[in-house]
Design a protein around this ligand. Structure first.
Ligand code: FMN
Ligand code: SF4
Length: 454
């Protein structure tokens, strides 16, 4: 089992109970990254982040430095928006960062504002995260009082105001354009892209950079140690360290910061310093590698490295960094319904395939689970999925304004293609599948074939 001995970057202070206070943050190197950044030009800071190849940690994995460069030149004001909405089932890494080390995030926000040329930032924090909001509010007040935030920061001509905004608890508001709508005081409905790519037309139709909490929390370390030191960690296409929230049927659920590409899923689930193995020493049945939207993985995927390229090639994604583990006692039809119900309830209703399709999937699964399903319902589920995400391919094809619709189809395709026998047991007969399903993680060996191979 490989456990990287690379030093923790963003969770380095997690062992310190008082790390959320300004005193402890300063005593452990806090705001040194900001001082270093202010001694450089904004362009040099952008270059450092590009050298680091820091990929966004909110789901899509877009390089942060490149995204910053998309703001149209000479157009001001421009805004930085921090996405702290974190609502995908199983995902809770950003909440811990905000609760345990809020100054690290604030310092990252300041560095990004300096690099991009923003004098106003908005911190959008999910409504239910009471402790995170309290700690960030206190940290912001302390940082203002000490001159890290506000006018002429640390005696420079750089000034930034940071506004803390509490969300009302909607998953869809994590989608960046819905978040912008919500910040503007509107219902959180995603905008059509184009033309509303936030870097071009975002908050109040001005250039806006939306970045995830974890993405920004990496900046103080990158600026203090240099982009090259960050890029020396991790894999070819996934540099640095990344937080993974491991939940479900492991002995030690928790958030672990691991080196990209060096650590495998097997390490993350079974190493004593991480997940510690499957609860009750049961067998693994399946795991979701990157949040509820990701196609499921199985035993044969355990030795894949935690690296975006390898995971994508195998037909899934690291997404929001949530690894959800299901052991052999899991009812896969019920697990599938649980996930689909989440997406159906969180659909904003703006586009038909998602609004109608997710609700339809939920109803069919409900009737199957209650013993009222018919064998043809299994194929019908896939048919509905195929109308939301045509061809059930990977990467998924989108018929909707945002990717939430297609996200509801992945648990259905995963569960049916791998555990068709469990659906058949509920519907009381063999189910014929005529819908074409293409994603490589969906079309791997069925369970009985997999165990025959083993
Ligand atoms: C339905 C949906 C929910 C999302 N939720 C989040 C979220 O909670 N936090 C987040 O950072 N990104 C979320 N995203 C991705 C954001 O739209 C955006 O890509 C991200 O905040 C950009 O930050 P990054 O480049 O630093 O990763 C979500 C996307 C979708 C489609
Ligand atoms: S895909 Fe669903 S959540 Fe996204 S905009 Fe359309 S209806 Fe709303």
């Amino acid at each position: 089992m490989t456990v990287s001995n690379a030093p923790a970057i963003i969770t380095a202070r997690f062992g310190d109970e008082a790390a959320y206070t300004l005193d402890r943050y300063e005593a452990t190197g806090g705001y040194e990254g900001l001082r270093t950044a202010l001694a450089k030009t904004p362009a040099q800071v952008v270059e450092e982040v590009k050298t680091a190849s820091l990929l966004g940690r909110g789901g899509a994995g877009f390089p942060a430095g490149v995204k910053w460069g998309f703001c149209p030149p000479g157009v001001f004001p421009r805004y930085l928006v921090v996405n702290g909405d974190e609502s995908e089932p199983g995902t809770y890494k950003d909440r811990l960062l905000m609760e345990r080390d809020p100054h690290q995030l604030i310092e990252g926000v300041l560095i990004a504002c300096y690099a991009v040329g923003c004098s106003q930032a908005f911190l959008y924090v999910r409504g239910e995260m009471a402790l995170a909001q309290e700690r960030i509010a206190q940290a912001l007040n302390d940082a203002y009082a000490k001159g890290y935030v506000g006018k002429n920061i640390l005696g420079s001509d750089f000034s930034v105001d940071i506004v803390l905004h509490w969300g009302a608890g909607a998953y869809i508001v994590g989608e960046e354009t819905a978040l912008i709508e919500s910040l503007e005081g509107n219902r959180g409905l995603p905008r059509l892209k184009p033309p509303f790519f936030p870097a071009a037309k975002g908050l109040y139709l001005q250039p806006t950079i939306v970045n995830n909490v974890e993405t920004l929390a990496n900046l103080p370390w990158i600026i203090t140690h240099g982009g090259a030191a960050f890029a020396a960690l991790g894999a070819e296409n996934s540099k640095g360290m990344r937080m993974f929230a491991v939940s479900g049927h492991v002995k030690k659920p928790g958030v672990y910061e691991v080196e990209f590409g060096v650590t495998t899923f097997r390490d993350l689930l079974y190493a004593p310093v991480y997940g510690g193995g499957i609860r009750g020493d049961h067998q693994l049945k399946a795991f979701i590698p990157g949040g509820a939207s990701a196609p499921w993985f199985y035993e044969e995927h355990l030795d894949l490295p935690l690296e975006a390229g390898a995971v994508s090639k195998a037909g899934s994604m690291l997404g929001s960094g949530a690894v959800v583990v299901m052991d052999e006692t899991t009812d896969m039809v019920r697990a599938c319904l649980r996930l689909v119900r989440f997406f159906a309830r969180e659909s904003c209703g703006k586009c038909t395939p998602c609004r109608e399709g997710t609700g339809w999937l939920e109803k069919i699964l409900e009737r199957i689970l209650h013993g009222e399903g018919r064998p043809e319902d299994v194929n019908l589920l896939l048919d509905v999925c195929d109308n939301i995400s045509v061809g059930m391919a990977w990467p998924p094809r989108q018929t909707t304004i945002c990717p939430l619709g297609q996200s509801a189809t992945t648990p259905v395709a995963s569960a049916i293609m791998r555990f068709k026998d469990e659906f058949e047991a509920y519907v009381g007969g063999p189910a014929e599948i005529t819908v074409k399903v293409l994603g490589p993680a969906f079309v791997g060996p069925r369970r009985e074939e997999a165990s025959a191979d083993a």
